[in-house]
Design a protein. Sequence first.
Length: 546
Amino acid sequence: MLRNLSSAFVFVLFTSLVSAQCAENATNKVLLVGDSWAFFMGVDQTLNTVLERWGHSDARFVTNLVLAENGAQTDDFLEADKQTEITNQLLDNPSIKVVHLSIGGNDVLGDWNIDMTAEATDSLEASVSERLQQVIAFILDVRPDVHVLWSGYMYPNFEEVIESAAPLQTLHPFYGTWEDMGFPSFAQINAVQNNFSAGIEAYADTTPRVHFVNAPGLLQYTYGQADPLGVPPGGTYAQFTAPLPIGFPEYPTPMDAMRDYGITRDCFHLSPRGYRDMIDLHTRKFYHKFLMNDQYILSSGGLNDGSVSDAGTVSPLLQVGTVGAEQFSSIITFNTTAMESPVIESASIFLRRTSLSGMNPIGSTVSISMKNGAFGATLNVEANDLTDTPDAMGTACRFGANDGDGRWIRLDLPEEFLPFITPANATQFILSATEITDGVITFTDATDPELAPVLNLTFGEVNTSITTDQLEATPRIYPNPTDGPLTIAANGNKVRSIRVLDALGRNVLTLTTNVGSVDLSGLPNGSYILVLSTENGNEVQRVVKW
């Protein structure tokens, strides 16, 4: 994160360089904790799979059999063994940003019965909620900087699954659980679950660093009930018609979404796809933006985004590749005037694949050019944008998933691009792929903010304490103060470009050639920050012109 610049004249900015070989360093970002739902998500590698599909292939989860235990209840996570393991994992993995917590379901379903009064049911749910909140408070006490996402649950499916095992219903592993609850209908058990979840949702809404994405009817929406339900209330409903988040409380989660063991299905745990659907929604509503770095900016959309072909055809679609005989390049605009810092350490673009026709033109790298300001005459996508001279061009490393519609790629921008991303102007990018002559990929536009292209920015961290060796390697800028001309003594540290920022952080001058000197004669007297992009990272130095 960015720290305040000190009043010293010399600063050193350390950066993480993008590898030319397109390698990435995956780090643990999520700690998976809880009951059997956490256990199955750990076994299925659900979080890793879904985060990669959203472009976050550098984010990983961590768990173990102490943290994710079949049958675990809230009480278990108030005991020393689990709290010690949570503490160790959070302190040993400072990169963890979220604890994904799945507990409470066994408490409620294990103790509730249809013969309980409404008051007794409310009391049960309140006691479980209190213990859940104690677990969350413990986590936040260990690491006040992390966030907790309570996973919640999809509707169970006891009656249909167990009745489908006829004549051996009583041998089903979950028959005893259903019997202990008094053989509730779907509507009865779902009402209890929804009431409990509503209480946790209210708690999360008023508690900083606690989150909950409530959607018990999600799998009704993603699967549908194509065949008539074999038990009351019967009937069908089409895929993508169940109203979210609650769905149809009188129905269960479809049996096809329940875990299949071959000889029988589970009544409470989801299939691998079911868990992926659930975490996909969690990622859409929470993880995708939360795992961004210091600041993210959505693309401008409208007339500022689209594509242009080599024949001059302008399209509102974000297309890359060949359509007929025309090569299309996507033009994407980000309003970087809203940047919170003028010093960038790294930047990435996230794009969601909408469709693919023919061969996929996106490989491990993508040809990309950029402009501080507008290609062509305006920020609107225009036919002559492709012929305008860019400020920088090169290849961006592609990560994430590129193998299905609805999946995301992440383009890590070359270091040489970073000096041209400034708060002085909007920034435009052109994405091209000329190697494939019989395929085009289309990306989602900015209509839906949850699915819009994203520019993810990491700001430079200024370290005001430098060693003698670092100081000797730091380029010198003199004379300082100056009446205009400045000389750059590189000290063996090659300077690739220089940005000059005024006192408001606005870019007022950029040099990418002849960077051995810079002349401020044309600028008003005052204090300026020089950002030098070097082969060892970025250097920041302050100079005064008088």
